[in-house]
Design a protein around this ligand. Structure first.
Ligand code: NAP
Length: 259
């Protein structure tokens, strides 16, 4: 299927690895020019070189912390006029509800709510003026059903979801759609680290930990960043113009809910 977005500029934040990279690759496959970002320059340059060589698209890289105002300003400078925005950043650490103080909450809100809000505030006006735009926020299945150890994530992402619910309805008449993608367990560094952590804590073999996690998913396997990226690219396509303010769960059916 031709996604109809060849030649458009897409800013994909936090995209040297994992789900962000999956989105960047799928958008490059659809012919988009990319602005890619991550803090670490080495992995970012490696991924960008791979994408240029594989898909033949222009890729601009900005090594910066997307959560810091200075880093974000550097990214936005290179992404002026972007027609597609994919927001992403690392998730907050696990813990117990009684562990966190105000600073912890502010950090989580900054990374997983206020940063995507600031990025949208910067790029939505241009999209609306031009009469076309797409925003996809990478959030988490914790929005649909809380993950008990991830209270900071549950809280911050719920805030972003509320912002998108209202704002998406205010910009849709200008040809701009905003939607959220809610990942469940995907095979990325983050999940590998979590499995390694559990293996160390319980003394179980890493393969046993991963197999047990996979057994709790109706598909019985982890998601792949490539599949996640293709869903993102579809939401950014011309064909997705009637999908507005939705929260799409990609979790192999793990979240038990009727709708
Ligand atoms: P990942 O494999 O660890 O990759 C994270 C990517 O984001 C890397 O490229 C990293 O590069 C970049 N990054 C992190 N913080 C950044 C920052 N402040 N500024 C710029 N770039 C940054 O993580 P992932 O699994 O793809 O997860 C992506 C998001 O989805 C996270 O918020 C995570 O909580 C959420 N999520 C993931 C899963 C899953 O199963 N994988 C499930 C639910 C939710 P640098 O470190 O070099 O900056």
């Amino acid at each position: 299927m031709d996604l109809g977005i060849s030649g458009k500029t897409a800013l994909v934040c936090a995209s040297s690895k994992g789900l962000g990279r999956g989105c960047a690759e799928a958008l490059a496959e659809a012919g988009c020019r990319l602005v890619m970002n991550a803090r670490g320059a080495e992995a970012l340059e490696e991924t960008a070189a791979h994408i240029r060589a594989t898909y033949g698209v222009e890729v601009v890289t900005v090594a910066a912390d997307i959560v810091s105002p200075e880093g974000r300003a550097r990214v936005l400078e290179k992404a002026e006029g972007a027609e597609i925005l994919v927001t992403n950043a690392g998730g907050p650490p696990p813990g117990l509800w009684s562990d966190w103080d105000r600073e912890d909450f502010i950090k989580a809100l900054d990374a997983n709510m206020l940063t995507p809000v600031a990025l949208m505030q910067a790029l939505l006006p241009g999209m609306m003026e031009r009469g076309w735009g797409r925003v996809v926020n990478i959030t988490s299945r914790s929005v649909k059903a809380p993950i008990l150890a991830l209270g900071l994530s549950n809280s911050a992402r719920a805030g972003l979801t509320g912002f998108v619910a209202g704002t998406s309805r205010q910009v849709a008449e200008k040809g701009v759609t905003i939607n959220n993608l809610l990942p469940g367990v995907h095979e990325t560094d983050r999940i590998r680290q979590m499995d390694a952590h559990e293996s160390k804590a319980t003394g179980k073999a890493l393969a046993e930990v991963s197999a047990a996690r996979a057994a709790g998913i109706p598909t019985r396997h982890y998601g792949q960043a490539e599949d996640f990226g293709r869903m993102c690219a579809f939401l950014c396509s011309v064909h997705a113009r009637y999908i507005v303010g939705q929260n799409i769960v990609l979790d192999g059916g793990e979240t038990i809910a009727t709708i």
